[in-house]
Design a protein around this ligand. Structure first.
Ligand code: URA
Length: 233
């Protein structure tokens, strides 16, 4: 059970003060009846509306096509953050990215306010595949495939779990699949092979595939099958 004003505010669409004002103005209903009491307790199953439109309870899951030049942190006074690409109602909601992409990297970023799910998706225990498309300065070959499969050792001695490398025609681009999320991991893995990354884009995260119709900087809510696939994973 939670207060009605809190339920409205946690949708991200109104601040707590705005929620209180609209409730007092008689714009909210609970299970079909107008409710003018912000402190009214409602449970998750209650049908809540504002101006006739339903206000769902529960977490939010968004897919963002991160462009280069923005940082994955939620709050940074000097940089443009991924959150600033979302509408204000979501910015207020306490969403955070599940794992980070470097400032110069692009691609699929999952944003949610579901802490337990995020924790599981990021834990190495759960072996969630992350697939990146990379372009390199230097030609990738079979020796890189074998080295990554065996688990490369980074410059600082860190040993990486085995990774899959699918070299594309010409050898200067590839898909790489890893299950960890160490700092600058893909760049450091390929730098250790003497083939520095010049372009990096995440194309898949577990069962989620970057929606090709999303422009850079574009986002959309995950659909139900996508959310279910994350939980099944
Ligand atoms: N590996 C990197 O080097 N950078 C990223 O942003 C993600 C994976």
């Amino acid at each position: 059970m939670e207060r009605l004003d809190k339920r409205l505010a946690s949708s991200g669409r109104w601040s707590r003060a705005e929620a209180r004002a609209l409730i007092r103005a008689g714009r909210a209903t609970v299970d079909g009846a107008v409710c003018r009491a912000p402190e009214q307790k409602v449970d998750d199953a209650a049908a809540v509306t504002v101006d006739g439109a339903p206000v769902e309870a529960g977490p939010v899951y968004l897919m963002l096509h991160k462009p280069a030049g923005v940082v994955s942190s939620t709050d940074d006074p000097r940089e443009v953050t991924v959150l600033s690409l979302l509408p204000e109602e979501y910015q207020r909601r306490g969403l955070f990215p599940v794992g980070r992409l470097d400032k110069d990297a692009e691609g699929l970023l999952l944003l949610t306010d579901d802490g337990p799910l995020a924790h599981r998706l990021l834990s190495p225990k759960y072996h969630v595949d992350k697939v990146y498309y990379v372009e390199t300065d230097g030609v990738l070959d079979g020796s890189d495939v074998s080295a990554l499969e065996a688990g490369v050792v980074l410059g600082d001695g860190t040993v990486c779990l085995p990774a899959r490398l699918e070299v594309l025609e010409g050898g200067r681009s590839a898909y790489i699949t890893i299950q960890e999320g160490k700092y600058h991991q893909v760049k450091r893995m390929l730098a250790s092979r003497g083939k520095p990354v010049v372009y990096l884009k995440r194309v898949a995260f577990g069962p989620l595939v970057l929606d090709q119709s999303l422009p850079k900087g574009g986002w959309r809510a995950l659909n139900l099958p996508e959310i279910e696939s994350l939980f099944r994973h």
